[in-house]
Design a protein around this ligand. Structure first.
Ligand code: SF4
Length: 74
């Protein structure tokens, strides 16, 4: 079973824009930061990891999900 890494923003973002500045392919800051749904962690792993480190309130998380868990809702 494959595990897929998934980027998410937990509550508490202060909209500083740092993550988007580091990796605009994955993060988009509107009222708060959002992870672009079409983006993949694997394509931008280094930049996402940097954004995780640089976020001043540490609300960016990378989690591992089972690949076969296909119920994503919408
Ligand atoms: S770096 Fe953190 S606080 Fe700043 S916009 Fe991104 S998620 Fe929000």
């Amino acid at each position: 079973m494959d595990k897929k890494k998934k980027v998410k923003i937990i509550p508490g973002c202060i909209s500083c824009g740092t993550c988007e500045a580091i990796c605009p392919q994955v993060f988009e800051v509107r009222d708060i930061s959002y992870v672009k749904p079409e983006s993949r962690y694997e394509d931008h792993a280094d930049d996402v990891d940097e954004a995780v480190d640089m976020c001043p309130v540490s609300v960016i998380q990378v989690t591992e999900e089972e690949e076969n868990e296909s119920n994503t809702g919408s």
